[in-house]
Design a protein around this ligand. Structure first.
Ligand code: TUI
Length: 309
């Protein structure tokens, strides 16, 4: 059996990305019910909101699901407490180093799978007894690292003994087969699940992804030190222009405040932050999570019959 499936008691080693304002109980339960690992995104939300989503998710699935902890959140400490109180089976972490939380989580039997953008952090996480690592290439949407999935996956796979899950640029079975060829034992998929029937984002968000072209997922914030990949629109262009003009990074950061909500809830195509990966443009339809996952798995198996899925 596949190591990731065994570790998490799931059918397919397909982990849903922890997309803030996108991944609620509805999406997480749909991915878990389809045999993957669904996760509720903590994002910047406070404890009470996440607790509600956890309870909703429990009513929607009896399968394993998890919580994604965004480490830049001001509420990280209380969310870690909540995860332990609620006996969550597994967490993924992003946008920082979760070292100081690992001992407590392991003691409470919570599995921990950090996103790492480098070999050094992967090795550090292995030493601290993380259960697996997600290597997220710069192709991904949202907050990104420097290296690509293509180069990061084999290097990390050669550098640690814990299972490696590849992320960034994977939206079909070709991506899964490629990731496994590079040494991954699982994949994390984000953008593809935005265009699922169970994803509760505003229709305009799904349309933005469906209409996107190969060069539309651009990076802002390289100058402020918080690079974020979003689909090109007025907000992204305004931010890039402010960066070029050398405007104070704090002023630029202010422009982004509230923009994820504008994208996901209001569908504000001009002022919203439509986070998406570079693979967005291969997504051509909205379908149930079950079909997304099964189509990906079948395509990967056709390409690579020996694949352990
Ligand atoms: O976290 C993500 N993607 C995200 S988080 C997010 S919310 C946000 N919104 C605006 C600005 C910033 C965040 C939207 N998308 N992906 C996982 C990820 N983790 N990518 C890169 C990293 C990462 C970076 C540095 C992980 C660890 C790390 O460690 C640095 C250190 O301290 O060693």
């Amino acid at each position: 059996m596949n190591n990731i499936c065994e570790l998490l008691n799931i059918k397919y080693p397909i982990i849903q990305g922890g997309m803030a304002w996108v991944a609620d109980a509805n999406l997480a339960s749909a991915v878990s019910n389809a045999g993957g690992l669904g996760l509720i995104a903590g994002g910047n939300a406070p404890k009470d909101i996440i607790r509600e989503e956890i309870h909703k998710c429990r009513n929607l699935t009896d399968k394993t699901f998890g919580v994604n902890v965004m480490l830049l959140s001001p509420f990280v400490d209380e969310i870690i407490d909540l995860i332990i109180e609620e006996k969550i089976a597994v967490i993924t972490t992003g946008a920082g180093n979760p070292a100081k939380y690992i001992d407590r989580l392991k003691e409470a039997n919570v599995k921990i799978i950090p996103v790492v953008p480098s070999i050094a952090l992967a090795q550090r996480m292995e030493k601290l007894k993380a259960d697996a690592v997600i290597v997220e290439g710069t192709e991904a949407g949202g907050h990104i690292g420097e290296l690509t999935t293509m180069v990061l996956t084999p290097q990390v796979a050669d550098s640690v003994s814990i299972p490696v899950i590849a992320a960034g640029g994977i939206a079909d079975g070709r991506g899964i087969a490629a990731a496994f060829a590079l040494g991954a034992q699982g994949v994390q998929v984000g953008t593809r699940f935005i265009c699922s029937e169970e994803c509760n984002v505003h229709e305009n968000y799904k349309t933005m992804v469906l209409k996107s072209k190969d060069r539309d997922a651009i990076v802002t914030g390289r100058i402020t030190g918080h690079p974020v990949r979003t689909l090109k629109n007025k907000l992204a262009k305004d931010i890039l222009s402010m960066e070029k003009q050398g405007i104070d990074p704090e002023e630029i950061d202010k422009k982004g405040i509230g923009s994820l909500r504008l994208a996901t809830k209001d569908g504000d195509i001009h002022n919203g932050s439509f986070m998406a990966g570079q693979i967005a443009s291969i997504i051509k339809d909205v379908k149930p999570c079950k079909d997304i996952i099964e189509d990906m798995v079948n395509q990967a198996k056709n390409i690579m019959p020996s694949i352990k899925l």
